[in-house]
Ligand binder design. Sequence first.
Ligand code: FUL
Length: 452
Amino acid sequence: MSNPTTPNLPVPSPRQLNWHSLELYGFVHFTVNTFTDKEWGYGDESPAVFNPTAFDADQIVSTARDGGLKGLILTCKHHDGFCLWPSAYTEHSIKHSPWRGGKGDMVAEFSAACARHGLKFGVYLSPWDRNHPAYGSPAYIAYYRNQLRELLTGYGPLFEIWFDGANGGDGYYGGAREDRRIDKLNYYDWEPTWQMVRELQPDACIFSDVGPDIRWVGNENGIAGDPCWATLNPAGLGPGMENPALNNGERAGAQWLPAECDVSIRPGWFYHATEDHQVKTPDQLVDLYYQSVGRGASFLINLPPDRRGLVHEADAASLREFSARIQRTFQTDLARTALADCAGENAAAVCDGDARTWFDLPQRQGEITLSFASPVELDVVSLREHLPSGQRIDAFALDAWLEGGWVEQAAATSVGSRRLLRLPAIRTTRLRLRILQAAAPPAIQEIAVYRS
Ligand code: FUL
């Protein structure tokens, strides 16, 4: 099933394709900040403050699993420089904390718990280090790469490496207590660092503001733009630099660089008891799901452990209910029994529920009609393009047959990995997808229909 007029569109790499299938995964922000009630530690915190009283990686990971998350990314070192593993390159780590008598390795405990519960594991290693004396000089880059090598080699297969764009400013810096600005484009010399990730963890996706595998969505609210193109032109841009194109992507972008929507289940990235009543509600999380996954991006939800070292009950309850609602909505695809037709041709591949099949429209514009044997009640439609063919659709509309005529229910632009359309509840025997504009004849993998 290959199109005769295949254009030279950017397409995802195999590792990006795997990543696209995850859609929903989690962040775990945990460090000295949890105990000092800060969001950004200055770097002068004593390791002795890090003392979770009941840390249980299984509780955290199984809470994430019950919430439908497919993986977890741990802040192994945040901006304060404190390491959750006993790095050989610094004394500023759990080695000098009371936790497990200074003999513990929290990264190892998370990695093992993820493996036990069937979640993928990823690491966050803050490039900005407000503790390290050499931050700002080339010696720090060597230190950073040494630490990264420890994480890339000691903790099993990693699915994502998270390179934060927050870079430089004031800090402790080994006692200097000063302001250190860095050249965002050149200081970190990212290419060799990314190369090391490729060598040591070839299947891991590299996240930074501008990729090379996954881009930031441009806000920390968990909301992708509409449209949200999976393509971008990252040339001349580096992590931490202003780039207004991140939220929507760039239709003519030269590189496949899909967006990840990171957001915390609470106002802060770290746990603060004062925010116990501000945990996002299941409704809010559902809305964010539609605004991230539903726009072809991924949804990265942060679950910050509390001072016990557990996901707080309020967060766990909200996540569980969110997951139950998503599961209820998407458990029955009503299109599975429909007949799919495109100008007389059988287009069954769009509604067979099989991610490996798709239908090639003969032209750049066209219609696919789903007919149901008896009326269905629906309020959500899910569309997916066949990603190895690139993002082809530029504009489409969806109609329903109501009282003897077609009535438009939704119209939008980007589809890509996924487009979820939330509609007012309708009852119909026919749906019609109209492709209005496309860069090449669309390859449509899925038209699925649900009642939320
Ligand atoms: C930001 C950081 O400054 C925040 O503390 C948090 O880690 C967030 C995910 O990324 O750049």
